[in-house]
Design a protein around this ligand. Sequence first.
Ligand code: AHR
Length: 661
Amino acid sequence: MLTTTIRKLTPLFMSLALANVAFASTPTQLDLALSASGKKVQSTMYGIFFEDINFSADGGLYAELVKNRSFEFAQPMMGWAQPQTDPYSLNHNSGIASTLNFAENKTNKNVLRVNVFNDKNYSLVNDGFRGMGITKGKDYLLSFYAANSEQKVTHINFQLVDAKDKVIASARVAANNKDWQQYNAILHAKSTEEKARLKITFEGKGAIDLDVISLFPKDTWKGRAKGLRADLIQMLYDLKPGFFRFPGGCIIEGRTLAERYQWKNTLGDIEQRPTMISRWNNEFSHKLTPDYFQSFGLGFYEYFQLSEDLGAEPIPILSCGIACQFNTGEVVPVSELDPYIQDAIDLVEFANGSVESPWGKVRADMGHPEPFNLKYIGIGNEQWGPQYIERFKIFQKVLKEKYPEIILISSSGPFPDGEQFEYAHKELKKLDAEIIDEHYYKDIEWFKKNANRYDNYDRNGPKIFAGEYAAQSVATVSPLNKNSWATALAEAAFMTGLERNADVVHMTSYAPLMAHTEAWQWAPNLIWFNNLESLPTANYEVQKLFSNNRGEELISITANGKPLIGQEDLYASAVRDIDNGIIIKLVNTSAVDKTVALHANNKTVEGAATIISLSSANLEAENSFAHPKVIHPVVAKQKLNANTDIKVPAQTVMMIKVLDK
Ligand code: AHR
């Protein structure tokens, strides 16, 4: 049992205790009700919202280093340069490549026809995703398809070159088959380079056709061939997420219905997955990324597999037949909604069906005969209005009849309040919706003021998925937004409110998840990365602290009989974990230190405690690649005794875990 008797501080623990013990001023007494509350914290409480935005998939998680490997971008040679070629000349002293378009091949129409006239002077260069991150001593797996009908080109040389054109890895391949054949080679890196490029030269003179030119690091997450970037996945893994939501975000909806995310296009051999423009390519005129396309190399099979790797519930979100309402807002007539509903039905079979079922077989053929154990599907992303409710209702009826066990997530639109939000809640409640997704991209003060948002939510209504949130230091979609300590601190204050209401809030996730430092559209983000490194933000550290200390059951924590929702700038929540330890999260948003005394059943809480703090005196402080640990957890061990007042320093998020020993 957790001891609550009064004891004296022993000299042994005095020194350990000094850092967090306050001797001055009257402490705020925090009362914990340790008797069982019966209010469970769901395993899905803290999860991950993944959207392919900010080059998070191609150029990010998906470790492919060649951009536009299949020449399928709208401009088929985008990403490829021919430095010694003049497009307006015959190029007799070098060579020239252009794409041939085979319209009958629906998913991979283009191939590259290379005409080499002088092999000493011709080269073809891919610049990767703002360069290619190459690490000294590592191997890189090159593969490509070639058809060498003339057989006059005898060899192809592949070189990785650094920013100064110095060769840092190379391979020479004889690609002699007249017909299409895949070739493979390994490039061993002699040095590290963040902005390497792949330079291709030829031996011999003549024409040769190339396609799907691909380069992956050998070291990927779990060593899977053509897999995912290990450092980034490790950061996700370290969050211990309860769920993994994919693939977005607005990309699910698409700017138009034709550009919606269609999961069936993302399966099978990567050569056959069609490339599509990203909705984020030209969304913001202030952040245009004309080279943002989706290769779907990271597709639904890989998302399910990743969810499994992370130990997280997979949460796919599907188009509900409404294109992004910030864009065209095209709506499928109800009479033509069937294919969309069929996609949802087939998805359940793909994830959970037996290997004999048509879609279960597709999963098995891709290497996963066991089911993925899908439990949730989101119907639409961030939709609103009567047309959404009308369509959700149809999905709900069909899916619940066929798969009553699948929990459906519905949307309440992009804003956390207002006419559309109220309407969605009213209608979804009438439909007995199970989980409603709410989004809040709001300013710092909103997060602090809304720690009580769910205190009075209907306990008998739909459960809540706080599916996208992040404090905006300037304004929503402003490129000036920062991952400052002020934003992370405010989010932590708000999160105590989410946690205190875990009986109604079943899922939460920060958004967006990640961004390439040179190719992003949206800020702030939880994780930043360049071609070699990844950076946890202050907000990441807050998410990790909460998620890694999620607990199992709610404990009431009050001051003067009331939850701490910002009185004297203090916020708190408490849970009991599986080891019967008590976990208390305290947030002090003020510029002055506070002291608290923990009481349970009117006695001081005592026991061995682990205290983890995130803190900064500077609200503008941020982690950076140069200084990644400006906001970083500091761990202390301490024994709490009678009369131990705990100092919660100014602008600090603190997790106290008291062991029942
Ligand atoms: O997270 C960025 C975008 O914000 C998401 O795509 C969308 O759901 C929301 O509007």
